[in-house]
Design a protein around this ligand. Structure first.
Ligand code: SF4
Ligand code: ZN
Ligand code: ZN
Length: 330
């Protein structure tokens, strides 16, 4: 079957939400131009911005880097990756893939391990938590500390945006979770032009927010990304509500292709109406231990609070311990 767009090359992808059969080139062009439109629609960044891509090393961050390299001046792009230090889970090979792609365009990759940042690897923190019977999932430790470290490193290095590789499926799961909680404030924050609540936050944007996870995987495959076979051993602790929502959304998208895209478009339109009332929220208070932003009405930020829970009462964050890498494996 020939591609329905160019009519020249053989189709290799059935794009389910549009029902179109596309060749490799037309599929890649389609994804890149949709991402570009989304960036422009929400003014996610401009030509003068310095973009820090927060990369896990998985397919999503690899695809994000590939697309951003096509849309922005590489001299204004950086990549940061946080090594969690999870026993039995080696992400170095994945990061090496991102590193190769980045360095080939002259983009620097900076790496910071949690061990160097807070003095403990994720596995060590999780074990401290188990010993103290702390009922917090490893993913909460991981997510909170990674977000904090990425924001601080990006800010220190003068980046003006942090780009994360969340895809459409991730975003719709977040929308449903916040709808179930009735949390309009958090819902509004899914908008790429949502409120920035502290001068210490580098604005975070998600250019892949309208690209299905399946499309990201196909794109990754088409540009030669080799998939890793081992998963993080803590994946089973992923909040079960999100896992259930993911499963449900997967089913309804299968029955009615395009439904997730439709949902996020409608939510964007509704939330945009409410946006103005959240734009003038006061600056967030600062954590009394580390000085970084914390939620209204709290003394400690989440990171300090989590570390306190496992017995680390005077945490020190050594964010300048990052290293610039040119190769991990060689
Ligand atoms: Fe971190 Fe959880 Fe992802 Fe593992 S599954 S890398 S612990 S967020
Ligand atoms: Zn084509
Ligand atoms: Zn703190």
């Amino acid at each position: 079957m020939k591609c329905v767009v160019c009519g020249l090359r053989d189709a290799v992808v059935m794009q389910r939400h549009t029902g179109r059969a596309l060749c490799r080139e037309c599929f890649i062009d389609d994804v890149v131009s949709r991402v570009k439109r989304e960036i422009e629609k929400f003014s996610m960044f401009s030509g003068s911005d310095r973009l820090m891509i927060a990369a896990s090393g998985g397919k999503d961050s690899y695809v994000l880097l590939d697309i951003i390299l096509k849309l922005h001046d590489p001299s204004k792009i950086g990549v940061v990756t946080i090594i969690e230090g999870i026993e039995g889970y080696n992400r170095l090979e994945d990061i090496e893939k991102v590193r190769k792609l980045a360095n080939a365009s002259g983009v620097d990759v900076v790496v910071l391990s949690l061990k160097d940042y807070v003095g403990y690897s994720l596995t060590e923190l999780v074990n401290l938590g188990f010993n103290k019977n702390v009922k917090v999932s490893p993913c909460t430790f991981c997510g909170v500390l990674r977000r904090k470290a990425i924001n601080e490193v990006a800010r220190d290095l003068g980046f003006t945006r942090v780009l994360t590789a969340h895809n459409l499926d991730d975003e719709v799961q977040t929308i449903i979770m916040n709808l179930l909680r009735g949390d309009l404030f958090r819902l509004v924050q899914i908008l790429p032009n949502g409120p920035i609540l502290s001068k210490l936050f580098v604005r975070k944007v998600k250019p892949l927010r309208k690209v299905y996870e399946e499309e990201v995987a196909i794109y990754a495959h088409l540009i030669g990304y080799e998939f890793q076979t081992t998963d993080c051993p803590y994946l089973r602790y992923f909040p079960s509500l999100r896992a259930k929502i993911r499963e449900y959304l997967y089913k309804i998208e299968k029955e009615k292709p395009g439904v997730l895209l439709d949902l996020i478009e409608r939510m964007d339109a509704v939330l945009t109406k409410y946006l103005s009332q959240y734009l003038n929220y006061p600056e967030l208070p600062r954590c009394t231990k580390c000085g970084e932003p914390t939620a209204y009405g709290r003394n400690l930020c989440m990171a300090c609070e989590l570390l306190n829970m496992v017995g680390i009462n005077s945490p020190s964050y050594r964010r300048s311990n990052y290293v610039k890498i040119y190769s991990i494996l060689s």
